[in-house]
Design a protein around this ligand. Structure first.
Ligand code: LMR
Length: 324
C-alpha cells in the first residue's frame, strides 16, 4: 500500500506535539496504513523541531516510514495527501484583531500557493491556526485545486461535553450538536437540534434560560477560559478535535448524524452570504469532501445569533479583502 503523506505546519507548537505522536501511532489512518510526516515550521524553530524528530524516532512507530522537516512549504509539502495547518501567529498583548488577521494572511497566502503547486491532487487540508475561518478562506483563495476546511469540532466537543455534564448522561447519548459560523466568541452552538438519548434536547433540559445564556456563553468563551487557567491556548483538546475532524472528512458519516465543519459558504441553502468560510452541519461520504446538511430550521433566536457570526466573518473578510 502507498505511503500516505501528512503535512503539518506549526510542527513545533503545542497542538502539534499533542497530535504528531497519535498520528504516527496510527490513530488517524489505522494500523494498516504506512505514513510519512512532513513537518513545517519557521527557521527559528527547526532546532527544537529536530528534538521532536528524535522523539518520534525513539518511539519506533512501526507505521512511520519517514519524517521530513523544513521551513520552506514548497519543499516540505511536496506530495502531501493530508494537511493540518496548525501554525499561525498568536495574538500578542495589545495586538488588534485586524493586525492579527493581516499578519496571518501573509502566512496563509504562502501556504496556499505552495499547496496548490506541490500537494497531491486529492489533498485534504484542515485549517486549525486562528483566526481559522478567515485563514482558511485566504489559503483556499490561493489554492483552488484542493479541499480546504476550518475546524469547529473543538467547539462541538465542548458543547457535547457541557450538555452531558448538565444532564448527567454519557457523552455518547448527546447527538446532533451543531456549531454555526465562526470559531470565535460569536459562534452559535445550536442546542435546538441536539438530542439526548434520542429525545429532543429541549424535552430533557427544561431550562431554556440556562441554554440560551450560560450554555452558549460557556462554549463561546471556553478557549479563553483554558488560556486563563493554563497560561496558553488549548493544545490537547485542539489536537484531539483536529484528529477527529480529519477522520470525519476521510470516513463515511453514519446515517442520520453530522459534524460541524467550516466550509466555503458558496451555494449553501441557508442564505449565508457566499465567499466566507462558515461552519455548517456536514456529512462526508468518506472521500475527503463534505455536503452541508440542508434545511435545519432556524427559529428567531438562532437567526439573530447566526446573523451576528455571519456579520463578523464578513467584517474579517473586509479586513483581508486586498489580499484576495
Ligand atoms: C480555542 O478555542 O481553544 C482556541 O482557538 C483559542 C485560541 O485563541 O487559541
Amino acid at each position: 500500500m502507498d505511503v500516505k503523506r501528512i503535512g503539518i505546519s506549526g510542527s513545533c507548537g503545542n497542538v502539534a506535539y499533542s497530535l504528531l505522536f497519535r498520528i504516527a501511532n496510527g490513530e488517524l489512518l489505522g494500523q494498516n496504513q504506512r505514513i510519512a510526516l512532513h513537518l513545517l515550521d519557521q527557521p527559528a524553530a527547526l532546532t527544537r523541531l529536530n528534538g521532536v524528530v528524535l522523539e518520534l524516532e525513539d518511539c519506533a512507530f512501526p507505521l512511520l516510514d519517514e519524517v521530513r522537516v523544513g521551513s520552506d512549504p514548497y519543499e516540505v509539502f511536496k506530495g502531501v495527501d493530508i494537511v493540518f495547518l496548525l501554525g499561525a501567529k498568536p495574538r500578542s498583548a495589545g495586538m488588534e484583531r485586524r493586525d492579527l488577521l493581516l499578519e496571518n494572511g501573509k502566512i496563509f497566502i504562502e501556504q496556499g500557493k505552495a499547496l496548490k503547486e506541490v500537494a497531491a491532487d486529492n489533498a485534504v487540508v484542515l485549517v486549525v491556526g486562528n483566526p481559522c475561518n478567515t485563514n482558511c478562506l485566504i489559503a483556499k483563495h490561493y489554492d483552488d485545486k484542493h479541499r480546504f476546511f476550518s475546524m469547529t469540532m473543538l467547539d462541538q466537543n465542548r458543547a457535547v461535553s457541557l450538555l452531558a455534564k448538565k444532564t448527567k448522561r454519557p457523552l455518547s447519548a448527546v447527538k446532533g450538536m451543531t456549531i454555526w459560523g465562526n470559531h470565535s466568541s460569536t459562534q452559535v452552538p445550536d442546542f435546538f437540534h441536539a438530542q439526548i438519548d434520542e429525545k429532543p434536547l429541549l424535552e430533557v433540559i427544561d431550562d431554556l434560560p440556562w441554554l440560551q445564556n450560560d450554555f452558549i456563553a460557556d462554549v463561546q468563551s471556553r478557549g479563553a477560559a483554558v488560556i486563563t487557567a493554563l497560561g496558553r491556548s488549548s493544545a490537547g483538546s485542539a489536537a484531539h478535535a483536529a484528529l477527529k475532524s480529519m477522520k470525519a472528512l476521510l470516513n463515511p458519516t453514519p446515517l442520520g448524524s453530522w459534524f460541524s465543519m467550516g466550509v466555503v459558504s458558496d451555494g449553501n441553502s441557508y442564505g449565508i452570504k457566499p465567499g466566507i468560510v462558515f461552519s455548517f452541519p456536514c456529512y462526508s461520504r468518506g472521500d475527503g469532501d463534505v455536503t452541508i446538511i440542508p434545511h435545519l430550521f432556524w427559529n428567531d433566536f438562532l437567526q439573530k445569533k447566526i446573523a451576528l457570526t455571519e456579520k463578523e466573518l464578513l467584517e474579517e473578510k473586509e479586513i483581508i479583502r486586498h489580499l484576495l
